[in-house]
Design a protein. Structure first.
Length: 65
């Protein structure tokens, strides 16, 4: 998988994922499971939807692919 998520994008996804998981846990709902998606994409530095839309934030930070 080619990296396509930059550092800022990774931080936003990680924070959002943790917040969604916390909200789902506090509410006792299945919403917390959805929080795993941004966490997984932040951890792997790859978003499968980005190539479809032609987005690549990894190259914006000067990272090596």
């Amino acid at each position: 998988m080619e990296k396509n998520i930059g550092r800022t994008d990774q931080i936003i996804r990680s924070t959002l994922g943790i917040l969604i998981i916390m909200l789902g846990t506090m509410e006792g709902s299945w919403l917390g499971i959805i929080g795993l998606i941004p966490l997984l994409t932040a951890f792997t530095n790859h978003c499968p939807l980005y190539p479809v839309f032609g987005i690549d934030t990894f190259g914006d930070c000067g990272g090596d692919k």
